[in-house]
Ligand binder design. Structure first.
Ligand SMILES: C=C(O[C@@H]1C=C(C(=O)O)C=C[C@H]1O)C(=O)O
Length: 151
C-alpha cells in the first residue's frame, strides 16, 4: 500500500510540469469525478466499502494538488519559463495514474480490516517516512495517508 501511494504521489511533479507548460488549471473536478465513479464500481467488486474508497482517493487527489500548487508557486517565484520535453497530461501522465487505480483498490481491500486497529497508526508513523515521498515537509504524505487510520 505505502509503495503504491508513493508511486502515485511521485507522478504529481509530472502533472505539475505538464500543466505549467500548457497553463492548465491544477483543479480538474471532472477528471476527479470520473476517477471516483470508476473507483466506486471497482470497490464494490473488490469488497471495499465505497465511502472508504472515495475518501482515500479524494485524499490522493488533495495530496497531488498540494504538490502541484507548491511547485507552481516555486516556479512562479523563479519566473520559470516552460519546460523542455514536458510530459503530455492525457497521453503520458494520466494513464500512469489510471494504471495505479486498480492496484490501489486491491491494496485497500487488504487494508480495510486494519483501519480500526490502533497499531496501524503506529505502523504508519514508523514506516511512512521511509516509504512515502516526504516533499514539502511531509504534508502531502500526511494528507494521502489520513484515511488509512482512525483518529
Ligand atoms: C492529477 C491531476 O490533477 C488533479 C489531481 C488528480 C489526481 O490526483 O488524480 C485529478 C485531477 C486534478 O484535480 C490531473 O489533472 O490529472
Amino acid at each position: 500500500m505505502l509503495s503504491l501511494v508513493d508511486e502515485r504521489l511521485e507522478v504529481a511533479p509530472l502533472v505539475a510540469r505538464a500543466k505549467w507548460n500548457t497553463g492548465t488549471n491544477i483543479e480538474a473536478p471532472k477528471r476527479e469525478t470520473e476517477i471516483l465513479d470508476r473507483v466506486a464500481s471497482r470497490a464494490a467488486e473488490a469488497g471495499v466499502d465505497e465511502a472508504f474508497a472515495r475518501d482515500f482517493f479524494q485524499a490522493q487527489f488533495e495530496a497531488s494538488k498540494l504538490v502541484q500548487r507548491r511547485l507552481h508557486r516555486r516556479w512562479q517565484k523563479e519566473e520559470r519559463g516552460p519546460f523542455d520535453n514536458p510530459p503530455d497530461l492525457a497521453e503520458d501522465v494520466r494513464p500512469v495514474l489510471d494504471r495505479l487505480t486498480p492496484a490501489l483498490i486491491e491494496a485497500l481491500a487488504e487494508w480495510q480490516p486494519l483501519v480500526e486497529d490502533p497499531s496501524v497508526a503506529l505502523y504508519l508513523e514508523a514506516r511512512a517516512p521511509e516509504l512515502v515521498t516526504g516533499d514539502f515537509d511531509g504534508e502531502p504524505r500526511r494528507v494521502a495517508l489520513e484515511p488509512l487510520k482512525t483518529q
